[in-house]
Ligand binder design. Sequence first.
Ligand SMILES: Cc1cc2nc3c(=O)[nH]c(=O)nc-3n(C[C@H](O)[C@H](O)[C@H](O)COP(=O)(O)OP(=O)(O)OC[C@H]3O[C@@H](n4cnc5c(N)ncnc54)[C@H](O)[C@@H]3O)c2cc1C
Length: 490
Amino acid sequence: MARHVVVVGGGNAALCAAISACESGARVTLLERAPFDLRGGNTRFTAGAMRAVYEGVGDLVRLMPDLTQSEIERTDFSSYSAADFFDDIGRVTQYRCDPTLADRLVNDSFETLRWMQSHGVRFLPLYGRQSFNVDGRVRFWGGLTIETWGGGAGLVDALTAGARRAGVSLRYGVRAVRLAMQSGRIAGIHGRCDGRDEFIEADAVVLAAGGFEANPAWRARYLGPGWDLARVRGTRFNTGDGIQMAIDVGAAVRGHWSGCHAVGWDANAPEFGDLDVGDGFQKHSYPFGIMVNSRGQRFVDEGADFRNYTYAKYGREILAQPGQIAWQIFDAKVTHLLRDEYRIRQVTRVTGDSIAALAAKLDGIDAGALSNTVAEFNGAVDQSTPFDPTRKDGRAASALAPPKSNWANPLDTPPFEAYAVTCGITFTFGGLHVDANARVISEEGEPISGLYGAGELVGGLFYFNYPGGTGLTSGAVFGRLAGRGAATET
Ligand SMILES: Cc1cc2nc3c(=O)[nH]c(=O)nc-3n(C[C@H](O)[C@H](O)[C@H](O)COP(=O)(O)OP(=O)(O)OC[C@H]3O[C@@H](n4cnc5c(N)ncnc54)[C@H](O)[C@@H]3O)c2cc1C
């Protein structure tokens, strides 16, 4: 008889695991805690950006057969090698990431996207956020070139349809609460649905229930004081259940438990993500302006690197400012470069014809200090180096503390715009110890029979920072492996 695999979660990692387990011959039940309307976890809030290795336009054409000849001709897609991807993960995690997991993630990335494609996921070039027009040619930068059709919502819909086609039984509004073990093996899982407890027998369980970013008590406990005050960018349902259930049966934990991905997020965004706005509350164009706190002072190098490599750690810096608030300030020379999220209806924007007029409208800011900061900044910009948003241009304001290392422009052209931001947490980095086949490892260092983990709840991959677009790829790679392992384990 076919093995019964229960998958816990309803996002990208869970859906990939469920499809893969079915494909490998198992009978599969997926338990999603959220009701149907709120299904899809953080995955549904994403833009669907996915980082993967590609050797050139030929690979992209295989992944995106809809690319037209004229698109190919007018675009410089460049390439993104396994070595590039591996280096990026190593560098941004300060070389703490588990090399075995990183290796698997990098080397399986392209082939896993092809596999997703075979289950109905469609991919497009990520024109809007990762490319610039240079002399009539579209040039991609930063190694992140691929997005899913319809963003995160499109990805959840495509994978859900794929799971149904594969024969997965999808159940919504079921919260998994406890694993059952027998003779050292997984024997089933306890769940709660409509106020009733139930027990589901299983030969194997894949945990893909997200991190603990939506649990303010765990945030304060593990990330540190103040983190209970962060806004949650995505789902309210990722409260650490999957991690806790595994720990309760002896799983080892791993990774950067005091670390997380957190970004600049509209200061007036709600406590949890809003599916109608998606990731529109993020504010990621700070490399083209300056960021100041309520004392009117800069506090990060806004141009340290491409935003891909800084945005995930700057949320923490904003949380550390008085009142957990900051303002991003731009002048008219660069507002055409601002990303689409600066033009949503729900944006907290203030404008002024001078810095003094702008400062007078910013609630609680030290206006005099802000004017001094801008004057000092303007005087420090090296204007002999040309501004080029498509590469690290070295146009710096290096004499300042902190410096601005690239894309520095004097703020001298009205109207000026300021955007109020706070810290929005995306996902947590600490999680379960899994091996390169997504098997959950016990505190004794052995795989726990029948237990697998994938997605955000895996620890050991990300430390301090994260290369944008890696979360979905990680969930897909390890979800697929987890499903296959759960279906075929002997
Ligand atoms: C606003 C935003 C934008 C992002 N943009 C990107 C991007 O463009 N590219 C990228 O790679 N990453 C992005 N990320 C990160 C990305 O969302 C995650 O890395 C990825 O979606 C995690 O997938 P997952 O399946 O592990 O978790 P999720 O998609 O969060 O799924 C976890 C699921 O578990 C369910 N669950 C929780 N507890 C239980 C329980 N007890 N029982 C049953 N089910 C349970 C939840 O309801 C949820 O459906 C973004 C995140 C956010 C919030």
